[in-house]
Design a protein around this ligand. Structure first.
Ligand code: AMP
Length: 398
């Protein structure tokens, strides 16, 4: 693979796989353009070199071929604005005649957006012929779609075989994602704390198991903490519990003891009489929650206990909220953790927030600029931390 920053794109057609899967409202207005913005530095560098950019992306989950609802044409205007007024050409079929004709006539400094890759079922099937057809559009393949790096699709991985090693590379976004994730997984300064929260133990078992070989401390919060509490003999009322994971939880705790990893469970909880923003609330030890009540956030002692661990750490990984942060009554724990991570970061720790709702929480509370890195790839980051090889990364490195 080539290093993107060192590559000169002059007169080259760069076929760039981006993740433009942004949310739109019913009037096709983009409601969150984070993913588009994230690809801008890569596009700008290629244009600044005197290259041409051909963008390909998936968009939503179209089931029956092309449809207006899932057309990438809705993004043209905003993309042009993000690129400072650069005209964005559009091809209404990513492997249609018009795409090849437009690509063949492009001049340095021009941008072409291809229609939704998933209008062709071959994309998700990882079809080799379809990948080969796509590859013919560009001289160089740049993978900048970290959000789909865990999928072995035609444009994210299979296409790599049609480019020689020096003509395939990560874009700047991918480079940043991979570098931060590797820093945490392979060269973490100790103490290294992993903060794992969210709803389900079953979603996070693999990541916890992988981290048992790397982290000094693992903080477990959110709904999943109550399965651990019950596994230890606690009384958890109506709190979330995965009965079929009690044994797994016990095994994790046992392995942690064997490996000398300190697992921190919330000593107390904010409890509620129903799962509602208007619920009555109270406080209770997390292992003694009264019948009819449920734990929806970590309590004051747990906040202090968790924040203390975070503040003394040199590497911090955060995945998953500490409570039902979407409801104001239950967001204190998640906020407190975000504040502690920001403080530790300011004192020199490296902090990575990755995967789903903790990213939403960090953005919602305005902490995105106060941590070292916020990952754009939910599922991809999770799989990376589970220790899996991501096809979109391996394809570039091969
Ligand atoms: P995940 O996608 O697994 O990271 O889970 C995120 C979701 O977990 C968020 O929607 C939270 O509202 C939810 N959650 C966090 N803590 C709790 C809890 N104690 N009880 C129920 N749901 C929770």
């Amino acid at each position: 693979m080539s290093a993107f920053s060192a590559y000169n794109f002059r007169n080259q057609k760069a076929l760039v796989r981006v993740d433009f899967n942004v949310p739109l409202d019913e009037k096709f207005v983009i409601t969150d353009d984070t993913r588009m913005k994230a690809a801008v530095p890569t596009i700008k560098k290629i244009l600044a070199d005197g290259g041409m950019v051909i963008l390909m992306s998936h968009f939503g989950r179209p089931k029956d071929g092309p449809s207006d609802k899932y057309s990438l044409k809705h993004l043209i205007k905003h993309l042009s604005e993000l690129l400072g007024g650069t005209t964005v050409l559009f091809a209404n079929d990513c492997t249609g005649e018009q795409a090849y004709l437009t690509a063949s006539m492009m001049r340095p400094g021009e941008v072409l957006l291809l229609e939704n890759l998933r209008f062709h079922p071959e994309e998700e099937k990882g079809d080799v012929k379809f990948a080969e057809k796509l590859s013919k559009l560009g001289d160089v393949w740049v993978n900048d779609a970290f959000g789909t790096a865990h999928r072995a699709h035609a444009s994210t991985a299979v296409i790599a075989q049609f480019f020689p090693a020096d003509k395939k590379m990560f874009g700047l976004l991918m480079e940043g994602e991979v570098a931060s994730a590797e820093k945490v997984l392979h060269s973490a300064q100790k103490p290294f704390v992993a903060i794992i929260g969210g709803a389900k133990v079953s979603d996070k078992i693999l990541i916890i198991e992988n981290l048992l070989d790397r982290a000094t401390d693992i903080i477990i919060g959110g709904g999943m903490a109550y399965t651990f509490m019950k596994a230890e003999g606690g009384k958890i009322g109506n709190s979330l519990c995965e009965e079929d994971r009690l044994e797994t939880a016990r095994e994790i705790l046992k392995k942690a003891r064997e490996k000398n990893v300190c697992i921190h469970l919330p000593s107390d909880s904010v409890i509620a009489d129903k799962f509602s923003a208007e619920a009555q609330t109270s406080a209770a030890p997390s292992n003694n929650i009264p019948d009819g009540w449920m734990g929806l956030d970590i309590g004051a002692n747990a906040c202090e206990q968790f924040c203390n661990v975070i503040k003394h750490s040199k590497t911090i990984l955060w995945n998953g909220p500490m409570g039902v942060f979407e409801m104001p009554k239950f967001q204190h724990g998640t906020k407190a953790v975000a504040v502690a991570i920001a403080e530790a970061t300011q004192k020199g720790a490296f902090s990575l927030v990755g995967g789903g709702d903790s990213v939403a929480a960090v953005n919602q509370f305005g902490f995105a600029g106060k941590v070292s890195y916020v990952s754009t790839g939910g599922g991809a980051m999770l799989e990376y931390f589970e220790g899996k090889t991501l096809p979109g990364i391996a394809a570039v490195q091969s």
